[in-house]
Design a protein around this ligand. Structure first.
Ligand code: BT5
Length: 327
């Protein structure tokens, strides 16, 4: 019921909404409304109550709240349910456990803190409590496993659009899995899948967004940024999560329509910061890359299967996501 109460309070804007109206619309007693409002206040929402006028939402909580996220999802959103945790090792690990137990597509796991946040290939992901968005979505696409790598690219588009809509901030995509601002990483994506040779059990895109981070440890400071550092404003994390999920829904449906990125190519290329820029393709792990094997080229965009097209001395090459890093 908190989801509906929040929707109605937000819909009223600066105005009060009477307890009577809330009761009638939701078909519950005044007692039930009062109880839920009290719980929302305890969770950190500032809700004003005036005897004759009713209730008014003054400020949302600076906390991840499942009902708040759900209250902002559009009716046809792919995300149907939110599991909100205070602390977890990794939201990806938790989402994969749920998927193994049969949880349907559309469940989102979010956490205030990850104690063992994962990057790609065994790298770590800094996930301090209370300031970021660490979340993983369960998907069950009816696609071939080799098509699943594009889920990361679809998620990156959704993050870029969500940040633009919610925070009025332009970001770019650094192929394949980073969203960047002025060359610094504001978001990283790790998609994990479980599949048979020609069937996907599930895919879990894990998305980490530095929302309200005020400073980074020294080793990250020159390559990481946050929405707060770029705008000077605090982001409502529940609103941003919902904006990303709403955007993801549209992009993901287009991707499923054809099983590839052909309907998204143009928009992706507009978001791609590497486009027409020189890139160094590093075969293997970026940290251990053999300089002999680095290849210079100009990135031209992506193919419908999500590969990066790089114009090199040896002609146009298709670099496959997951096999290489681009610096
Ligand atoms: C990624 O890996 O960028 C994927 C990150 C995915 C994180 C999400 S959070 C929710 C879900 N649950 C998880 O456990 N993971 C996902 P990669 O491209 O390998 O980048 C990792 C590198 O980014 C690290 O080696 C650091 O250099 C840097 N890094 C670590 N934490 C960062 C942060 N908070 N912001 C920016 N860069 C970071």
């Amino acid at each position: 019921m908190k989801k509906e109460i929040l929707q109605m309070l937000r819909g009223a804007g600066e105005d009060y909404i009477s307890g009577q109206v809330l009761c009638e619309k939701l078909g519950v007693s005044r007692q039930a409304i009062w109880k839920n409002i009290t719980q929302l206040k305890e969770a950190g929402y500032q809700i004003e109550s005036q005897p004759k006028k009713g209730y008014r939402l003054v400020e949302s909580a600076d906390k991840l709240v499942g009902a708040d996220i759900e209250s902002r999802l559009k009716a046809d959103c792919l995300c149907r349910k939110v599991e909100c945790l205070e602390q977890v090792d990794s939201t990806n690990t938790r989402a994969k456990q749920l998927a193994e137990l049969g949880e349907p597509e559309g469940t989102l796991v979010v956490a205030e803190e990850q104690t063992a946040g994962k990057g790609r290939r065994g790298r770590g992901w800094a996930s301090e409590p209370g300031i970021g968005i660490w979340m993983s979505l369960i998907l069950r696409p009816r696609l071939k496993p080799q098509q699943a790598a594009s889920v990361t690219l679809v998620a990156a588009m959704a993050v870029a659009k969500g940040i633009r809509e919610c925070c009025e901030l332009e970001t770019g995509i650094k192929w394949p899995n980073d969203v960047v601002i002025h060359g610094k990483k504001v978001c990283g994506i790790l998609t994990e899948t479980s599949s048979e040779p020609d069937y996907i059990h599930y895919a879990v895109p894990g998305i980490g967004i530095n929302a309200n981070t005020k400073s980074f440890p020294e080793e990250l400071a020159d390559r990481a940024t946050s929405i707060y550092l770029e705008t000077g404003r605090k982001t409502d994390r529940n609103a941003l999560i919902a904006a990303v999920m709403n955007a993801f829904t549209d992009y993901y449906r287009k991707y499923l329509e054809t099983g590839d990125l052909s309907l998204l190519l143009e928009e992706y290329d507009q978001m791609l910061v590497n486009k027409d820029q020189e890139v160094l393709v590093l075969y293997g792990m970026a940290e251990e890359a053999d300089p002999e094997k680095m290849q210079k080229g100009i990135a031209r965009g992506i193919t419908s299967s999500g590969a990066l097209l790089v114009d090199t001395d040896e002609g146009m090459k298709e670099i496959v996501s997951g096999e290489v890093s681009v610096r």
